[in-house]
Structures are given as structure tokens and as C-alpha cells.
Write a protein that binds this ligand. Structure first.
Ligand code: 0O2
Length: 213
């Protein structure tokens, strides 16, 4: 990495931004293909972001990462989040990503089977993704988080609270968050049970929408 990194954050972050934009388009393409054949799409919606300079520096400091090792040691400078209706969809998305030849999965972390102590559940992949730059190809790392809507609801609320409490929650709030995580897990389990019904309803709505358009 160049010595001018600290003074040139825009050019440092540009390939990551390109990776996020391209991956979002490709993932939306997957969703579109399922919908074209009137099949249940395992992807509900996708978000993406680039870590800010401040957040990268904060993470580097907390983890003791040298400034010339940011590219190698910070896996989530580029981040993609894929939201799914059902837990089964998460596994389908992982299968689809494993089969692609435009990216390479280097790490898989299954926080669904092994939820975090906080109650956090999600399936994480760290991928290497090549972006074509005018100076040639550059391979960047990107963290892909795959979750159900219920997992996302819990994680979003917990993440917001974390800003306020920095993980040092009062006991009552801690207990509530653990209970809420359990409720989200139960919701996912119930939704999986009635998945067939919901999928039929989805087809019905998509047919109706087609008739309206
Ligand atoms: P942000 O703002 O979302 O980018 P480790 O701590 O070493 O076990 P590491 O390297 O932090 O693991 O990676 P991990 O745990 O696989 O993924 C980190 C990211 O997952 C976080 O990014 C969050 O987005 C999400 N995450 C992990 N644990 C929790 C949790 O308990 N609650 C919530 N809400 N999200 C979580 P950042 O960089 O922390 O934050």
C-alpha cells in the first residue's frame, strides 16, 4: 500500500466502493432471475456500505493493526448485507455464492448455528472480489452478511443501542436483548414452518401485480 494512504483516502476507498456497487447489481440480478421464472427469490433486499475513514482507523487502533496492513487485516472495509425471508433462503444464497466464479469465498462464519454471546445471528462470508481499475485488476476483500428479516431487525436495534452503551448494557436491557434475540429466533422457526403457505401467497401477489401493471 502506498505511503500516501492517509492523505488519499478517496483513492484508497474507490475500489471498495466499486466492489460494493458491482456486487449489489449482481445480487439484484439473482433476485430478478428468480422472479422472472415466478419462483420464490431467496433474496429479499440488499444493502451495501463502505466503512468510513474514521471507523477504519478506530478498528485499526482497537485491534492493533498497522496502517500499512489495513487492506490485508480489515475484512469489512467493503460490506454487503443480504436480507432473506427464511433461514432456508440464507443457505440457498450461500450455495449460490459458493458456485460463482466471479468471487472467491475465503472465510465462512456461521453465527446461526453458533450464535454470538450477545444473541447475534447471521451468516458471514468474507470474499475476495476482483475489480477492474484503469490501472489493472485489484482484488479487494468484502464481508457479506446474510440474515433473515428478523435477525436484521434485532441486529439493527442492538447496533444502535451499542453506540449508546458501548456493549456495557444495564442488566435489565441486556436481559431484554437476549429475550428479543430468542423471540426473533422463534419467529424465524415459526415462519419456516409455514414457509410453503407464505411462498404460495408470494406467487399470488406477484401474479396480481403483473395483472395490474
Ligand atoms: P459495523 O458498524 O456493522 O461495521 P470477532 O469480533 O473477531 O469475533 P469480527 O472480526 O468483528 O469477529 O467479525 P464478525 O463478528 O464476523 O463480524 C463483525 C460484524 O458483524 C460487525 O461489524 C457487525 O456488523 C456484525 N456483528 C457481529 N456481532 C454483532 C453483535 O453482537 N451485534 C450486532 N448488532 N452486530 C454484530 P462491526 O465492524 O462491529 O460494525
Amino acid at each position: 500500500m502506498e505511503n500516501n494512504l492517509i492523505t488519499n483516502w478517496d483513492s484508497f476507498l474507490a475500489p471498495y466502493e466499486q466492489a460494493v456497487e458491482e456486487l449489489k447489481i449482481k445480487l439484484k440480478g439473482i433476485r430478478k432471475q428468480y422472479r422472472e421464472v415466478n419462483s420464490h427469490a431467496p433474496i429479499e433486499f440488499i444493502t451495501g456500505r463502505i466503512k468510513t475513514k474514521e471507523s477504519i482507523l478506530e478498528k485499526a487502533e482497537i485491534r492493533g493493526i498497522a496502517l500499512d496492513r489495513l487492506e490485508e487485516d480489515i475484512e469489512d472495509i467493503a460490506g454487503i448485507r443480504i436480507m432473506c425471508q427464511f433461514v432456508e433462503d440464507i443457505h440457498e444464497v450461500v450455495r449460490l455464492l459458493r458456485a460463482r466464479n466471479d468471487l472467491h469465498i475465503i472465510i465462512e462464519r456461521d453465527y446461526i448455528t453458533h450464535k454470538k454471546e450477545s444473541g447475534y445471528r447471521s451468516y458471514h462470508l468474507v470474499i475476495e472480489y476482483p475489480v477492474q481499475r484503469i490501472g489493472g485488476e485489484k482484488i479487494v476483500m468484502c464481508e457479506v452478511q446474510i440474515r433473515t428479516l428478523a435477525m436484521n431487525f434485532w441486529a439493527t436495534i442492538e447496533h444502535t443501542l451499542n453506540y449508546k452503551y458501548q456493549g456495557e448494557y444495564p442488566q435489565v436491557l441486556h436481559d431484554r436483548l437476549i429475550r428479543a434475540a430468542e423471540a426473533a429466533f422463534l419467529l424465524d422457526t415459526e415462519m419456516s414452518e409455514i414457509r410453503e403457505e407464505i411462498m404460495e401467497a408470494n406467487y399470488f401477489f406477484s401474479d396480481k401485480k403483473k395483472n395490474v401493471n
